[in-house]
Design a protein. Structure first.
Length: 341
């Protein structure tokens, strides 16, 4: 008798249900309901392993016809972190599906989705443990982007169940030249630490995936302001379906650096001519000449399509080093006329 006939003759009532994890349930939900978004090429050995995991989960759930309707929702992780003022308010609409799961030492990590807007990558993930990690655990291991010469990152992990956590990480790679259209990311967390007790769960988790940049439209600006020995030049901005990325440079006079070794310029806020305020998320920057000049970028949500201009207020932070004297000075606003995009 072939395998298909055996399956037809199978007595479902005699099959014992097998317990599966929340992550496996989520993967079955995505498989059954077709919730996966953009398919990825490359790293096929990882994709193959994920397919095997889905197959095992489907097999274990075969005995319960209503299984799909009982699956708890553990997707759209960004919903735990977003708000209408943030650039990621429509994250799920443009995200690349990753759906990679690694388990080690009683702790499973699922990377759900990622978005690359041409400047930064935002990744969402979930953690399921057999041990409480407190309210806000952390991991010190950074995501790595192939080919970058440096990197900045910010992230947060929040508890959403007894032993379930969701996290998001924003990574800004620094390249010597233009950013690539496709980036390769790896992550080996190694340990997750309970911030309250300093206890940790160590393990062997290894992730690798690719993310394609969103389609960006670039507009050249080249507008500047100079005050307090500092000049700021807004070079350009790029728009896509998720965000608007503003690229700028700062130049600091040498005598200012003699007094203030650390000088940074950030945007206090961005406002359009319709009265809409945009929360500014700094991506950090890099200097190759000890602070005399620096390249920066900041991200805001996509600009209202009816806006004709935006006004940006740069703010200079003067510092003498960590824990030492700090001064802040506001610069004259820069109004940028928006080209049609």
């Amino acid at each position: 008798m072939n395998d298909y006939k055996k399956l037809l003759d199978l007595n479902i009532d005699k099959i014992e249900p097998v317990e599966i994890s929340e992550f496996e349930k989520q993967r079955v939900k995505q498989h059954v309901l077709g919730t996966k978004k953009k398919k990825k090429n490359g790293f096929r050995y990882i994709a193959m392993a994920a397919t095997i995991a889905i197959g095992a989960a489907v097999a274990s759930g075969f005995a319960v016809p209503s299984f799909a309707s009982q699956i708890p929702i553990l997707n759209n992780i960004m919903n735990y972190f977003k708000d209408e003022t943030s650039y990621n308010h429509n994250f799920a609409d443009v995200a690349t599906d990753i759906s990679q799961v690694q388990s080690s030492n009683g702790l499973s990590v699922m990377i759900e989705e990622a978005v690359y807007d041409g400047a930064s990558i935002t990744v969402t993930y979930a953690i399921e443990t057999t041990k409480d990690l407190g309210t806000s655990p952390y991991t010190s291991a950074q995501f790595h982007v192939k080919g970058s010469e440096g990197m900045g990152s910010t992230g947060i992990i929040e508890k959403v169940g007894d032993t379930t956590y969701v996290g998001t990480e924003k990574i800004t790679p620094l390249f010597n030249g233009d950013h690539p259209d496709m980036i390769e990311i790896s992550w080996e967390p190694r340990a997750f630490v309970n911030m309250e007790t300093n206890e940790s769960i160590t393990g062997d988790w290894q992730f690798a995936f690719e993310v394609q940049s969103l389609t960006n439209k670039k507009e050249v600006v080249n507008q500047s302001v100079s005050e307090h020995g500092v000049s700021v030049v807004i070079n350009s901005y790029e728009t896509n379906d998720l965000s608007t990325v503003i690229y700028y440079k700062q130049f600091v006079e040498k005598h200012i650096l003699d007094e203030w070794p650390e000088v940074t310029v950030e945007f206090l806020n961005v406002k359009d001519d319709l009265g809409n305020l945009y929360h500014v998320d700094s991506n950090g920057g890099i200097s190759r000449d000890n602070g005399l000049s620096s390249e920066w970028s900041s991200t805001i949500k996509s600009i209202n399509p009816n806006a004709q201009s935006i006004t940006i207020i740069p703010v200079i932070h003067f510092s003498q080093g960590s824990g030492k004297k700090v001064e802040t000075k506001e610069m004259e606003p820069i109004t940028v006329d928006l080209k049609e995009y």
